[in-house]
Design a protein around this ligand. Structure first.
Ligand code: 13P
Length: 255
């Protein structure tokens, strides 16, 4: 079965609830044209989830809602944390885990990313598991081994049935927010190594169902080079997701 492409917007720490409402209204209006062959997802900050959900619900928009992070327990004394159960109630069907910014600024380890992915699956939320190498790792020629070990670690204890719906996002750290993209060939090479790892873990049938996204300065001007890549099933978009017309142009490229 052909994989359905996905364009996911990671808004990071941008947009107040009022600004998020405005951006969602624009996206939702543009999306009225219905690009049915692409899954479109927005991941605003926690504080805007409810506002975004209300706009999407009011417009009966097919745009899906996701979060950018989660804690691995369902409830309890974890000050400041947000549980999968809370995200579920707000209508999130996806959640990003293991973004390199979380690994860097919040010291998230592979074990924590795995705990988060499992907590999401337990709550019927699809994890978008991020992986990606630093420039030093790339220059040392260790990209594939580094990235595939992140993927393996994130999927420890995840059954084939659950893994099938999970999404992997390959985001080379040196390409995030820098305007410097991996060439489509470089991105494809790593995504193909990720696919091989998924085949090893879950067999060919399951691995061929799993979506792998590329992220890192993807924008309307370069997306067309990524579209034909056989192991890249869409994008996880930062900067260009904050401008409605750019984000919709990215969606259109995958229609
Ligand atoms: P940019 O598209 O701004 O490079 O960000 C990519 C990213 O980190 C998405 O999660």
């Amino acid at each position: 079965m052909a994989r359905r492409p996905m364009i996911a917007g990671n808004w990071k720490m941008n947009k107040t609830a009022a600004e998020a409402t405005e951006l969602t209204q624009k996206l939702s209006f543009e999306y009225m044209k219905e690009y049915k062959s692409v899954d479109v997802l927005v991941c605003p900050p926690f504080t805007s989830l409810r506002s975004v959900r209300i706009v999407l619900g009011f417009d009966k928009s097919p745009i899906k809602l996701g979060a950018q992070d989660v804690f691995w327990e369902d409830e309890g004394a974890f000050t400041g944390a947000i549980s999968p159960k809370m995200l579920k109630e707000l209508g999130c069907t996806y959640c990003i885990v293991g973004h390199s910014e979380r690994r860097e600024f919040f010291h998230e380890t592979d074990e924590m990313v795995n705990a988060k992915a499992r907590a999401l699956i337990r709550n019927n939320i699809i994890p978008i598991i991020c992986c990606g190498e630093s420039l030093a790792t790339r220059e040392a020629g260790e990209t594939a081994s580094y990235v595939t070990s992140q993927v393996r670690a994130a999927l420890v204890g995840v059954t084939a049935d659950d893994a099938q719906r999970a999404v992997i996002a390959y985001e080379p750290i040196w390409a995030i927010g820098t305007g410097r993209t991996a060439t489509p060939e470089m991105a494809e090479e790593t995504c193909s190594a990720i696919r091989d790892t998924l085949i090893e873990l879950y067999g060919d049938e399951i691995a061929q169902e799993m979506r792998i996204l590329y992220g890192g300065s993807m924008k309307p001007s370069n997306v067309k080079h990524f579209v034909p890549m056989p192991n890249i099933d869409g994008g996880l978009i930062g900067g260009a997701a904050l401008v409605a017309t750019d984000f919709i142009d990215l969606v259109k490229a995958y229609v």
